[in-house]
Design a protein. Sequence first.
Length: 344
Amino acid sequence: MYFKMKKYMLGILLAIPFIGIAQENSWNSWHKEIRPRMRVMIDNDYAGDPDGLFQLVHHLLSPSIEIKGIIGSHLKPGDGFDSSDQTATHAVENINEVIDLLNLDDKFPVYQGSNSGLKNISTPNESAAAKAIVKEAMRTDVNSPLYLICGGGLSEIASAYLLEPKIAEKIILIWIGGTEYSDMATPPPGYTTLEYNTGIDIKAAQVIFNSSTIPLWQVPRNAYRETLMSYAELKTRVQPAGKIGAYLVEKIEAIIKMTNEYEIYMGETYIMGDNPLVLLTALQSSFEADPSSSFYEIKQAPLINDEGVYEVNHSGRNIRVYHHLDNRLMFEDFYGKLQLFQQN
Protein backbone atom coordinates (compact mmCIF):
# COMPACT_ATOMS: atom_id res chain seq x y z
CA MET A 1 0.00 0.00 0.00
CA TYR A 2 2.82 2.41 0.94
CA PHE A 3 4.67 1.66 -2.31
CA LYS A 4 1.53 2.28 -4.38
CA MET A 5 0.91 5.62 -2.62
CA LYS A 6 4.51 6.75 -3.24
CA LYS A 7 4.20 5.81 -6.89
CA TYR A 8 0.91 7.73 -7.16
CA MET A 9 2.35 10.88 -5.54
CA LEU A 10 5.45 10.68 -7.74
CA GLY A 11 3.23 10.64 -10.81
CA ILE A 12 1.47 13.81 -9.64
CA LEU A 13 4.77 15.59 -8.92
CA LEU A 14 6.20 14.64 -12.29
CA ALA A 15 3.14 16.06 -14.01
CA ILE A 16 3.44 19.51 -12.39
CA PRO A 17 6.28 20.87 -14.58
CA PHE A 18 4.45 19.85 -17.73
CA ILE A 19 1.33 21.69 -16.55
CA GLY A 20 3.48 24.76 -16.03
CA ILE A 21 4.90 24.50 -19.54
CA ALA A 22 1.41 24.21 -21.01
CA GLN A 23 0.35 27.38 -19.16
CA GLU A 24 3.36 29.31 -20.43
CA ASN A 25 2.38 28.56 -24.01
CA SER A 26 -1.37 28.70 -23.42
CA TRP A 27 -2.31 31.08 -26.25
CA ASN A 28 -0.41 29.05 -28.81
CA SER A 29 -1.72 25.72 -27.60
CA TRP A 30 -5.21 26.06 -26.17
CA HIS A 31 -6.98 26.42 -29.50
CA LYS A 32 -4.77 24.26 -31.71
CA GLU A 33 -7.59 21.75 -32.34
CA ILE A 34 -10.27 24.38 -33.02
CA ARG A 35 -11.02 24.99 -36.70
CA PRO A 36 -13.00 27.91 -38.16
CA ARG A 37 -16.51 26.88 -39.13
CA MET A 38 -17.93 30.17 -40.39
CA ARG A 39 -16.84 33.27 -42.25
CA VAL A 40 -17.49 36.66 -40.66
CA MET A 41 -17.36 40.21 -41.99
CA ILE A 42 -17.40 42.77 -39.20
CA ASP A 43 -18.92 46.25 -39.65
CA ASN A 44 -18.88 48.77 -36.83
CA ASP A 45 -18.56 52.47 -36.02
CA TYR A 46 -15.19 52.15 -34.28
CA ALA A 47 -14.79 55.92 -33.89
CA GLY A 48 -17.87 55.99 -31.67
CA ASP A 49 -18.91 54.23 -28.48
CA PRO A 50 -15.87 52.20 -27.30
CA ASP A 51 -17.98 49.10 -26.73
CA GLY A 52 -17.23 48.30 -30.37
CA LEU A 53 -13.51 48.06 -29.59
CA PHE A 54 -14.27 45.41 -26.94
CA GLN A 55 -16.23 43.46 -29.56
CA LEU A 56 -13.39 43.78 -32.05
CA VAL A 57 -10.79 42.45 -29.60
CA HIS A 58 -13.11 39.60 -28.63
CA HIS A 59 -13.65 38.58 -32.26
CA LEU A 60 -9.95 38.83 -33.12
CA LEU A 61 -9.19 36.38 -30.29
CA SER A 62 -11.85 33.85 -31.35
CA PRO A 63 -10.44 30.87 -33.29
CA SER A 64 -13.74 29.36 -34.50
CA ILE A 65 -14.37 32.15 -37.02
CA GLU A 66 -12.58 33.20 -40.18
CA ILE A 67 -12.60 36.99 -40.38
CA LYS A 68 -12.88 38.00 -44.04
CA GLY A 69 -13.00 41.73 -43.50
CA ILE A 70 -13.24 44.45 -40.86
CA ILE A 71 -15.15 47.57 -41.85
CA GLY A 72 -14.91 50.98 -40.23
CA SER A 73 -18.23 52.74 -40.78
CA HIS A 74 -19.48 56.25 -40.11
CA LEU A 75 -21.35 57.84 -37.23
CA LYS A 76 -24.34 60.17 -37.28
CA PRO A 77 -23.27 63.73 -38.18
CA GLY A 78 -22.39 65.71 -35.06
CA ASP A 79 -22.11 62.61 -32.88
CA GLY A 80 -20.71 63.34 -29.42
CA PHE A 81 -18.06 60.64 -29.72
CA ASP A 82 -16.63 62.14 -32.93
CA SER A 83 -18.25 65.24 -34.41
CA SER A 84 -16.02 65.35 -37.50
CA ASP A 85 -17.08 64.47 -41.04
CA GLN A 86 -14.39 61.76 -41.25
CA THR A 87 -15.73 59.22 -38.77
CA ALA A 88 -15.31 56.18 -41.03
CA THR A 89 -11.71 57.24 -41.65
CA HIS A 90 -11.14 57.52 -37.90
CA ALA A 91 -12.84 54.16 -37.37
CA VAL A 92 -10.26 52.51 -39.62
CA GLU A 93 -7.46 54.18 -37.65
CA ASN A 94 -8.84 52.66 -34.45
CA ILE A 95 -9.16 49.22 -36.06
CA ASN A 96 -5.52 49.32 -37.08
CA GLU A 97 -4.51 50.49 -33.60
CA VAL A 98 -6.23 47.48 -32.01
CA ILE A 99 -4.70 45.08 -34.52
CA ASP A 100 -1.25 46.54 -33.78
CA LEU A 101 -1.71 46.22 -30.01
CA LEU A 102 -2.57 42.55 -30.49
CA ASN A 103 0.47 42.02 -32.76
CA LEU A 104 -1.81 40.82 -35.55
CA ASP A 105 -0.67 43.21 -38.27
CA ASP A 106 -1.41 42.22 -41.88
CA LYS A 107 -3.56 39.23 -40.85
CA PHE A 108 -6.98 40.75 -41.61
CA PRO A 109 -8.27 42.89 -44.51
CA VAL A 110 -9.55 46.27 -43.31
CA TYR A 111 -11.98 48.37 -45.36
CA GLN A 112 -13.22 51.91 -44.98
CA GLY A 113 -16.90 52.61 -45.38
CA SER A 114 -18.45 55.87 -46.54
CA ASN A 115 -18.18 58.90 -44.31
CA SER A 116 -21.90 59.59 -44.84
CA GLY A 117 -25.18 57.74 -45.06
CA LEU A 118 -27.33 56.87 -48.06
CA LYS A 119 -28.78 59.76 -50.05
CA ASN A 120 -31.91 57.73 -50.82
CA ILE A 121 -33.16 54.15 -50.60
CA SER A 122 -32.20 53.21 -54.15
CA THR A 123 -28.66 54.60 -54.56
CA PRO A 124 -25.75 52.77 -52.92
CA ASN A 125 -22.59 54.33 -51.58
CA GLU A 126 -20.00 52.56 -53.71
CA SER A 127 -17.39 52.30 -50.97
CA ALA A 128 -14.52 49.84 -50.77
CA ALA A 129 -16.37 48.22 -47.87
CA ALA A 130 -19.63 47.67 -49.77
CA LYS A 131 -17.77 46.21 -52.75
CA ALA A 132 -15.80 43.89 -50.45
CA ILE A 133 -19.05 42.58 -48.95
CA VAL A 134 -20.42 41.79 -52.39
CA LYS A 135 -17.21 40.08 -53.47
CA GLU A 136 -17.10 37.82 -50.40
CA ALA A 137 -20.81 37.04 -50.47
CA MET A 138 -20.77 36.03 -54.13
CA ARG A 139 -17.87 33.59 -53.87
CA THR A 140 -18.56 30.13 -55.24
CA ASP A 141 -15.42 28.38 -54.01
CA VAL A 142 -16.42 28.08 -50.33
CA ASN A 143 -19.25 26.36 -48.47
CA SER A 144 -18.93 27.83 -44.96
CA PRO A 145 -21.73 30.21 -43.95
CA LEU A 146 -21.08 33.95 -44.16
CA TYR A 147 -22.28 36.20 -41.36
CA LEU A 148 -22.35 39.96 -41.84
CA ILE A 149 -22.33 41.44 -38.36
CA CYS A 150 -23.01 45.08 -37.63
CA GLY A 151 -22.83 47.06 -34.40
CA GLY A 152 -23.56 50.47 -35.92
CA GLY A 153 -25.40 51.96 -38.86
CA LEU A 154 -26.37 49.77 -41.81
CA SER A 155 -25.00 51.96 -44.62
CA GLU A 156 -22.38 49.55 -45.97
CA ILE A 157 -24.59 46.46 -45.86
CA ALA A 158 -27.53 48.30 -47.45
CA SER A 159 -25.17 49.61 -50.14
CA ALA A 160 -23.86 46.10 -50.79
CA TYR A 161 -27.44 44.84 -51.19
CA LEU A 162 -28.28 47.66 -53.59
CA LEU A 163 -25.15 46.88 -55.60
CA GLU A 164 -26.00 43.15 -55.75
CA PRO A 165 -29.38 41.99 -54.36
CA LYS A 166 -28.32 38.34 -54.79
CA ILE A 167 -26.19 38.60 -51.64
CA ALA A 168 -29.44 38.12 -49.70
CA GLU A 169 -29.27 34.42 -50.62
CA LYS A 170 -25.70 34.09 -49.39
CA ILE A 171 -25.54 35.72 -45.95
CA ILE A 172 -27.00 36.04 -42.48
CA LEU A 173 -27.06 39.58 -41.07
CA ILE A 174 -26.75 40.11 -37.32
CA TRP A 175 -27.53 43.70 -36.30
CA ILE A 176 -27.29 45.43 -32.94
CA GLY A 177 -29.99 48.06 -33.21
CA GLY A 178 -33.63 49.03 -33.21
CA THR A 179 -36.03 49.95 -30.44
CA GLU A 180 -37.97 47.56 -28.26
CA TYR A 181 -40.97 45.69 -29.70
CA SER A 182 -43.99 46.70 -27.63
CA ASP A 183 -45.13 43.10 -27.08
CA MET A 184 -41.67 41.98 -25.91
CA ALA A 185 -40.16 44.71 -23.72
CA THR A 186 -40.67 48.08 -22.07
CA PRO A 187 -38.49 51.02 -23.15
CA PRO A 188 -35.98 52.32 -20.58
CA PRO A 189 -36.59 55.46 -18.50
CA GLY A 190 -36.09 58.64 -20.51
CA TYR A 191 -35.90 56.66 -23.75
CA THR A 192 -35.62 58.20 -27.20
CA THR A 193 -38.05 57.20 -29.90
CA LEU A 194 -35.21 56.94 -32.40
CA GLU A 195 -32.74 54.25 -31.36
CA TYR A 196 -29.04 55.19 -31.67
CA ASN A 197 -27.87 52.77 -34.39
CA THR A 198 -31.04 53.22 -36.44
CA GLY A 199 -30.48 56.98 -36.35
CA ILE A 200 -27.01 56.68 -37.90
CA ASP A 201 -28.64 55.96 -41.27
CA ILE A 202 -32.43 55.64 -41.34
CA LYS A 203 -32.49 55.15 -45.12
CA ALA A 204 -30.11 52.18 -44.82
CA ALA A 205 -32.36 50.64 -42.16
CA GLN A 206 -35.30 51.09 -44.52
CA VAL A 207 -33.43 49.23 -47.26
CA ILE A 208 -32.64 46.30 -44.96
CA PHE A 209 -36.05 46.03 -43.25
CA ASN A 210 -38.47 47.29 -45.89
CA SER A 211 -36.93 46.17 -49.19
CA SER A 212 -34.38 43.41 -48.74
CA THR A 213 -34.90 39.70 -48.19
CA ILE A 214 -31.69 39.32 -46.16
CA PRO A 215 -32.04 36.80 -43.29
CA LEU A 216 -31.83 38.99 -40.18
CA TRP A 217 -31.03 38.34 -36.52
CA GLN A 218 -31.80 41.53 -34.62
CA VAL A 219 -30.56 42.48 -31.14
CA PRO A 220 -32.75 45.46 -30.20
CA ARG A 221 -32.18 47.99 -27.45
CA ASN A 222 -33.77 46.02 -24.60
CA ALA A 223 -31.45 43.07 -25.33
CA TYR A 224 -28.20 44.93 -25.83
CA ARG A 225 -28.85 46.93 -22.65
CA GLU A 226 -28.53 43.63 -20.73
CA THR A 227 -24.82 43.48 -21.43
CA LEU A 228 -23.53 45.31 -18.36
CA MET A 229 -19.87 45.07 -17.38
CA SER A 230 -19.01 46.52 -13.99
CA TYR A 231 -16.15 48.93 -13.35
CA ALA A 232 -14.69 46.41 -10.90
CA GLU A 233 -14.64 43.82 -13.71
CA LEU A 234 -12.91 46.30 -15.99
CA LYS A 235 -10.19 46.91 -13.41
CA THR A 236 -9.67 43.29 -12.35
CA ARG A 237 -10.48 41.24 -15.49
CA VAL A 238 -9.64 43.54 -18.41
CA GLN A 239 -6.96 46.03 -17.34
CA PRO A 240 -4.42 43.34 -16.30
CA ALA A 241 -4.36 41.98 -19.87
CA GLY A 242 -1.29 43.92 -20.99
CA LYS A 243 -1.36 46.77 -23.49
CA ILE A 244 -4.71 45.83 -24.99
CA GLY A 245 -6.40 45.59 -21.58
CA ALA A 246 -5.04 48.97 -20.52
CA TYR A 247 -6.13 50.46 -23.86
CA LEU A 248 -9.71 49.23 -23.51
CA VAL A 249 -10.07 50.46 -19.94
CA GLU A 250 -8.62 53.86 -20.84
CA LYS A 251 -11.34 54.23 -23.49
CA ILE A 252 -14.09 53.66 -20.92
CA GLU A 253 -12.44 55.84 -18.28
CA ALA A 254 -12.24 58.69 -20.81
CA ILE A 255 -16.03 58.47 -21.22
CA ILE A 256 -16.54 58.46 -17.45
CA LYS A 257 -14.32 61.54 -17.02
CA MET A 258 -16.05 63.39 -19.86
CA THR A 259 -19.54 62.73 -18.52
CA ASN A 260 -18.48 63.66 -14.98
CA GLU A 261 -17.49 67.10 -16.27
CA TYR A 262 -21.09 67.58 -17.38
CA GLU A 263 -22.37 66.17 -14.06
CA ILE A 264 -23.77 63.13 -15.83
CA TYR A 265 -22.80 60.35 -13.45
CA MET A 266 -22.73 56.92 -15.06
CA GLY A 267 -22.52 54.80 -11.94
CA GLU A 268 -20.29 51.71 -12.07
CA THR A 269 -21.42 49.77 -15.14
CA TYR A 270 -20.98 50.15 -18.88
CA ILE A 271 -23.14 48.62 -21.63
CA MET A 272 -20.96 46.39 -23.84
CA GLY A 273 -23.74 46.26 -26.38
CA ASP A 274 -21.69 45.05 -29.33
CA ASN A 275 -20.21 41.91 -27.74
CA PRO A 276 -23.39 39.93 -28.56
CA LEU A 277 -22.01 39.85 -32.10
CA VAL A 278 -19.36 37.47 -30.74
CA LEU A 279 -21.85 35.48 -28.67
CA LEU A 280 -24.11 34.86 -31.66
CA THR A 281 -21.26 33.79 -33.98
CA ALA A 282 -18.06 32.44 -32.40
CA LEU A 283 -19.86 31.06 -29.34
CA GLN A 284 -22.54 29.00 -31.04
CA SER A 285 -23.22 25.50 -29.71
CA SER A 286 -20.91 22.64 -30.61
CA PHE A 287 -23.56 20.33 -32.11
CA GLU A 288 -26.53 21.63 -34.12
CA ALA A 289 -24.64 24.94 -34.28
CA ASP A 290 -26.76 27.87 -33.14
CA PRO A 291 -26.65 30.50 -30.34
CA SER A 292 -28.46 27.97 -28.18
CA SER A 293 -27.98 29.68 -24.80
CA SER A 294 -29.66 32.92 -25.89
CA PHE A 295 -33.35 33.37 -26.60
CA TYR A 296 -35.28 34.95 -29.45
CA GLU A 297 -38.73 35.19 -30.97
CA ILE A 298 -39.63 34.92 -34.62
CA LYS A 299 -41.38 38.10 -35.72
CA GLN A 300 -42.47 39.69 -38.96
CA ALA A 301 -40.02 42.38 -39.95
CA PRO A 302 -41.62 45.76 -39.38
CA LEU A 303 -41.51 48.69 -41.75
CA ILE A 304 -39.11 51.46 -40.75
CA ASN A 305 -40.70 54.85 -41.42
CA ASP A 306 -38.91 58.11 -42.20
CA GLU A 307 -38.57 58.85 -38.49
CA GLY A 308 -36.85 55.52 -37.88
CA VAL A 309 -39.84 54.09 -36.02
CA TYR A 310 -41.48 50.67 -36.53
CA GLU A 311 -44.74 50.32 -38.39
CA VAL A 312 -46.70 47.11 -38.96
CA ASN A 313 -45.81 45.26 -42.14
CA HIS A 314 -48.25 42.42 -42.76
CA SER A 315 -46.10 41.10 -45.60
CA GLY A 316 -42.80 41.38 -43.74
CA ARG A 317 -40.44 38.40 -43.82
CA ASN A 318 -39.73 36.47 -40.63
CA ILE A 319 -36.70 37.61 -38.63
CA ARG A 320 -35.13 36.57 -35.35
CA VAL A 321 -35.46 39.13 -32.55
CA TYR A 322 -33.28 38.34 -29.54
CA HIS A 323 -34.70 39.23 -26.14
CA HIS A 324 -32.26 37.51 -23.76
CA LEU A 325 -28.50 36.98 -24.10
CA ASP A 326 -26.14 34.62 -22.31
CA ASN A 327 -23.96 37.23 -20.61
CA ARG A 328 -22.16 34.64 -18.49
CA LEU A 329 -20.80 32.81 -21.50
CA MET A 330 -20.09 36.01 -23.40
CA PHE A 331 -18.15 37.85 -20.69
CA GLU A 332 -16.36 34.86 -19.17
CA ASP A 333 -15.17 33.86 -22.62
CA PHE A 334 -13.89 37.41 -23.18
CA TYR A 335 -12.03 37.48 -19.86
CA GLY A 336 -10.63 34.00 -20.46
CA LYS A 337 -9.30 34.89 -23.91
CA LEU A 338 -7.70 38.08 -22.58
CA GLN A 339 -5.97 36.05 -19.86
CA LEU A 340 -4.75 33.39 -22.28
CA PHE A 341 -3.49 36.04 -24.67
CA GLN A 342 -1.66 37.85 -21.87
CA GLN A 343 0.02 34.58 -20.80
CA ASN A 344 1.50 34.13 -24.27
